[in-house]
Design a protein. Structure first.
Length: 96
């Protein structure tokens, strides 16, 4: 299922990760693991944030996706099922 991951990293924890060189490693590891179809990095709600769209094949992937963000960056993480325009057209078409 196409899934949007929104992670807002704790400023103190991500500052420390930046200083000790692990911030880039965490992000690169996440990118390698998820192979997102889209990835955006910005400041949201006053903190470093990332928005990734990836295919979650099974809900059992959630711990593997989230735990490093929780542990290394003390991130607030949200996962949302999402559609692209083609998915929306298909869904609306199925309504009649």
């Amino acid at each position: 299922m196409r899934t949007l991951l929104r992670a807002r990293m704790d400023t103190r924890a991500s500052n420390e990760a930046f200083r000790n060189g692990t911030l880039g490693k965490v992000v690169e590891g996440l990118m390698e693991q998820l192979k997102p179809e889209a990835a955006y990095f910005t400041a949201l709600d006053g903190g470093r944030s990332c928005l990734l769209v990836f295919d979650m094949k099974d809900p059992s992937q959630m711990p593997a996706v989230c735990e490093q963000l929780f542990l290394e960056l003390e991130a607030e993480v949200e996962l949302h099922p999402v559609m692209n325009a083609e998915d929306l057209r298909k869904g609306l078409g199925a309504l009649g």
